[in-house]
Design a binder for this molecule. Structure first.
Ligand code: HEC
Ligand code: HEC
Ligand code: HEC
Ligand code: HEC
Ligand code: HEC
Ligand code: HEC
Ligand code: HEC
Ligand code: HEC
Ligand code: HEC
Ligand code: HEC
Ligand code: HEC
Ligand code: HEC
Length: 277
């Protein structure tokens, strides 16, 4: 390491001299020339010779938009006995293993250190490893069987890593008019689409696409239930059925009267209509 730094330094000084000659011009005369302080090369100066590295970082560097020498503390060691890998920075100089012990060959996926995210290999190549990094989504899709468990992660998340597909790419004819994916995922989590949940504000017209008759019965009634939204009574999860007592306890009636009947519906009929029997 010591040798390396020394050699790096020697190379650097050599280059500095070249560079100040090339860039700064000769400011002093005779011995004065050598009385000036030697300044380390700036990123702009590296860029003159390493233009493509500069452009990569400028356009695609993301959080790697740092001065060259933050990463390249040792460089221009042209000694043939020093292997190239010792002349270049290692990811591990600055990063621990962010994806765990399984993924240590960083450049195998982040193929250009100067464009660490945009140079990622394609989803087809990542496909075998989705699960290792996204265990949560993998467990969810396994735990709640649906047709979505039968297709690959990369069938939906196609084209590039991190792409979020819209539902209507595959579902043209749906029970409710397609507006945007956000509206669909308000009821269907994409990795467990049959576990339908929804908020209290969900408008009844989203239910009536499949329960037309119920909506008609409800709105056709003159009773006070007719102004309530489906989701006000059938809370949270598709298929939830409330008991009358959840909202009314025993209503205006005394408990001993109620005990004589199997339920409130014996007299009030179905909840949607409330037609006295
Ligand atoms: C005057 C032109 C010039 C300048 C300025 C320059 N380099 Fe180089 N650099 C070269 C040449 C020539 C090579 C060797 C040829 C090759 O491999 O492309 C090289 C090689 C490298 C390498 C390859 C590995 C190695 O050490 O040999 C790195 C890394 C590097 N330079 C970094 C830098 C950095 C960082 C700066 C600015 C601090 C810089 N260079 C400034 C010309 C320059
Ligand atoms: C965030 C750290 C980082 C920054 C900033 C950075 N580099 Fe690099 N650079 C690396 C790493 C890591 C490698 C080695 C990649 C490999 O092993 O293939 C490398 C490789 C190189 C190489 C040799 C291999 C090649 O691709 O040609 C040169 C030359 C180079 N960098 C120049 C520069 C210059 C010039 C700058 C500034 C404009 C710069 N680097 C900024 C991390 C960095
Ligand atoms: C000299 C230090 C240094 C080296 C060497 C370095 N990085 Fe980084 N890298 C950083 C810093 C600092 C950040 C921003 C903060 C963070 O995410 O940790 C970063 C961020 C990243 C990011 C996120 C970029 C973004 O825009 O979201 C990736 C990916 C990355 N590094 C991969 C690599 C890989 C792969 C290597 C080796 C080829 C490497 N880094 C080498 C310092 C370094
Ligand atoms: C199997 C492919 C693969 C390997 C190997 C890999 N990465 Fe990544 N890395 C990714 C993907 C995919 C992302 C997500 C990028 C995005 O944000 O879209 C990522 C993101 C990152 C990030 C930014 C997000 C975060 O978690 O902070 C850093 C930093 C990073 N990688 C560093 C590394 C380093 C260092 C190594 C080597 C130890 C490495 N990666 C190895 C695929 C890989
Ligand atoms: C080496 C680890 C790694 C692999 C392999 C990987 N990812 Fe990622 N992925 C990440 C990291 C890191 C992020 C960014 C941080 C986060 O959101 O967890 C990310 C983010 C995402 C995102 C969210 C993007 C956003 O907008 O928030 C999706 C979607 C995604 N990955 C899907 C996939 C799919 C599908 C695969 C397989 C084809 C895959 N990933 C393979 C590490 C990985
Ligand atoms: C039927 C299509 C589909 C399948 C199959 C699928 N996803 Fe997704 N995934 C989506 C959609 C759509 C989103 C965005 C949801 C949103 O915007 O709220 C998403 C979001 C994500 C996210 C971002 C975080 C989150 O949960 O919102 C990750 C990570 C992810 N998926 C990984 C995976 C992995 C890993 C697999 C395979 C085990 C997979 N997905 C299978 C459609 C799918
Ligand atoms: C890459 C294609 C693809 C995308 C994107 C996609 N799906 Fe699917 N989905 C399918 C396939 C294939 C089936 C099974 C056949 C069918 O019902 O059309 C399915 C079935 C379903 C089912 C019924 C599940 C079952 O087991 O019966 C629901 C609900 C569903 N999708 C909702 C969604 C929602 C919501 C989105 C957006 C978040 C979405 N899908 C995005 C391909 C996709
Ligand atoms: C108000 C909640 C809600 C919204 C919003 C919603 N869905 Fe549904 N969806 C359901 C319910 C409930 C089912 C029936 C589930 C069952 O059979 O158990 C269903 C079933 C499905 C099915 C299975 C096939 C079918 O038609 O019966 C698909 C596909 C589907 N939805 C896609 C979508 C898409 C795409 C969107 C966005 C345009 C969407 N859904 C919006 C509640 C909703
Ligand atoms: C895509 C069609 C579809 C949509 C949209 C839909 N449902 Fe259903 N619903 C069904 C089907 C099919 C059944 C019967 C099979 C079952 O139990 O899953 C059903 C059953 C029910 C049941 C009775 C469950 C039982 O155990 O008898 C209730 C209550 C219900 N839905 C309420 C709603 C509400 C409230 C909405 C709107 C938030 C809604 N549904 C949206 C298709 C749908
Ligand atoms: C989620 C709560 C909820 C549930 C469950 C519920 N109700 Fe109601 N009910 C209401 C509300 C709210 C009103 C209107 C109260 C008002 O405006 O004073 C109402 C009104 C009524 C009325 C008066 C109707 C009128 O027009 O005067 C009757 C009778 C009634 N409910 C019976 C029932 C019966 C029987 C059941 C079970 C089959 C039931 N309710 C289930 C919330 C509920
Ligand atoms: C006042 C509360 C309330 C409202 C509002 C309400 N329901 Fe119901 N629903 C019930 C109760 C209680 C039952 C249990 C059976 C009964 O008493 O009629 C039920 C039963 C059901 C059933 C299964 C049995 C059947 O009658 O088909 C479906 C499906 C259903 N409701 C859908 C809906 C839809 C769709 C809406 C909106 C258009 C809606 N409900 C509005 C309380 C309500
Ligand atoms: C023996 C028949 C019978 C039974 C059983 C019954 N009710 Fe009633 N209920 C009535 C009659 C009759 C009325 C008065 C007429 C009307 O308001 O529709 C009434 C009125 C009501 C009212 C409206 C009170 C108002 O201020 O307008 C509510 C709420 C109510 N009942 C709830 C319930 C609930 C909850 C149950 C079950 C725990 C139940 N009832 C069981 C016959 C019955």
């Amino acid at each position: 390491m010591k040798n390396l730094v020394f050699a790096g330094l020697a190379g650097w000084v050599l280059l500095m001299t070249m560079a100040s000659y090339a860039f700064a011009g000769d400011e002093g005369q005779g011995a004065d020339l050598y009385l000036q302080d030697v300044q380390p090369m700036t990123t702009m100066e590296c860029a003159r010779c390493h233009y493509s590295a500069f452009v990569d970082i400028r356009d695609q560097g993301g959080l790697h938009q740092q001065p060259c020498t933050d990463c390249h503390q040792v460089y221009h060691n042209f000694k043939p006995s020093v292997p190239m890998k010792d002349k270049l920075p290692q990811c591990a100089d600055c990063h621990d293993a962010p994806h765990g012990d399984l993924f240590v060959g960083c450049l195998g996926c982040h193929t250009n250190a100067h464009a660490p995210v945009t140079s990622l290999i394609g989803v087809d190549k990542l496909a075998k490893d989705c699960e290792a990094c996204h265990g949560e989504q993998q467990s969810e899709i396994k735990e709640f069987p649906s047709a979505h468990a039968e297709i690959l992660c990369s069938d939906c998340h196609h084209s590039r890593h991190g792409n979020r597909p819209s539902c209507n790419e595959c579902h043209e004819d749906v029970h409710t008019p397609y507006i945007d994916t956000e509206k669909c995922v308000a009821c269907h989590a994409p990795h467990s689409p049959l576990e339908v949940t929804y908020g209290e504000e969900t408008p009844s017209k989203l239910c009536s696409g499949c329960h037309e008759e119920v909506l008609e019965a409800l709105t056709g009634s003159s009773k006070k239930h007719s102004v309530l939204q489906c989701a006000f009574c059938h809370v949270e999860k598709h298929g939830n059925i409330p008991a009358c007592q959840d909202c009314h306890e025993s209503g205006p009636h005394n408990e001993s009267m109620i005990k004589k009947f199997t339920g409130c519906q014996d007299c009030h009929g179905a909840a949607h209509v409330l037609k006295l029997q």
